[in-house]
Design a protein around this ligand. Structure first.
Ligand SMILES: Nc1ncnc2c1ncn2[C@@H]1O[C@H](COP(=O)(O)OP(=O)(O)O)[C@@H](O)[C@H]1O
Ligand SMILES: [Mg+2]
Length: 267
């Protein structure tokens, strides 16, 4: 369980907070989607939910981050990292820079947790298999396409088997096939009890992936609820979020006087 309460955060050197009074609760095994326009505050919420802000990047936080009933204020970065794994949009920023192969890169996480070699190898293999990138195992991690790099970055997180994962636009560089692989991997992870917070532009992906979604607008959570209810909310566009294709199609049919339900399209 990961919970933000009344979180207001200012980046270092800025007077104005980037997010205001954010409440978010992530239950074990739950996938919570985070949507919103550019600059709305999604990435900032990811940083605060993972504890990196302020522990790693400074700035000022009021309100609380609680993980598994323990307050995280003042905890060192390595302790936060053991509790929450974070993945960012740009895989290059997450590469260790010290691994010669993709396999080594993915194995670094479990190795740093101090796990025995057999367990480390088993976890790295499993993570590569889950994302169907076993064929990249011997490749140089610095010479991958954006999409391949993103899958490797996610495999590195999965290999640590964290209880909580925060992902900021994990499929930004992926084609539909890669996006599907990531969605499948995240679903199977959630089924083992891992809690996931996923900031995404792709509402079709959130539609099929998430139990719940929250909308951020101008640094505040303006909606939070069951996925179908929020994605069908008429205010979505005003919040800068494009409704998923299912909802757009249903609306287009309704505008022509056709019954979406009869056409097999649920709104
Ligand atoms: N490193 C930073 N330093 C100062 N301000 C930032 C930084 N990163 C983001 N911001 C500001 O915080 C607000 C929220 O941005 P962000 O969380 O990146 O939104 P999103 O991920 O939804 O696009 C924006 O006004 C943005 O300019
Ligand atoms: Mg962002």
């Amino acid at each position: 369980m990961l919970e933000l309460r009344g979180a207001t955060y200012r980046y270092a050197g800025y007077a104005r907070p980037a997010i205001h009074d954010v409440d978010l609760r992530l239950a074990d095994g739950e996938i919570l989607g985070l949507m919103g326009a550019n600059e709305a505050g999604k990435s900032t919420i990811c940083l605060v939910a993972s504890g990196l802000a302020p522990a790693s990047i400074g700035g000022g936080l009021t309100g609380t981050l609680t993980i598994d009933a323990e307050p995280m204020a003042g905890r060192p970065v390595h302790e936060l990292a053991a509790r929450v794994a974070v993945g960012f949009q740009d895989p290059a920023t997450q590469r260790s820079g010290i691994a010669a192969t993709v396999f080594e890169e993915v194995a670094l996480g479990p190795m740093n947790l101090g796990l025995p070699a057999t367990e480390t190898i088993a976890r790295a293999r499993e993570a590569l298999t889950l994302l169907r990138i076993g064929d990249l195992a011997d490749r140089d991690p610095s010479r991958l396409s954006g999409g391949q790099g993103q899958l490797v970055a996610i495999a590195s997180l999965l290999a640590m088997r964290p209880r909580h994962i925060v992902l900021d636009e994990p499929t930004a560089q992926l084609d539909p096939e890669g996006t599907r692989l990531v969605a499948d991997a995240l679903r199977s992870l959630a089924a083992t009890g891992t809690a996931l917070l996923v900031a995404e532009h792709k509402t079709d992906l959130l539609d099929e992936l998430c139990d719940r979604v929250a909308v951020v607008s101008e640094g505040r959570i303006v909606a939070d609820g069951p996925t179908a209810a929020i994605l069908g909310d008429g205010r979505l566009e005003a919040w800068g979020v494009e409704p998923p294709s299912r909802v757009r199609l249903a609306r287009a049919l309704a505008a022509r006087g056709l019954d979406p339900a009869a056409a097999g399209v649920g709104a």
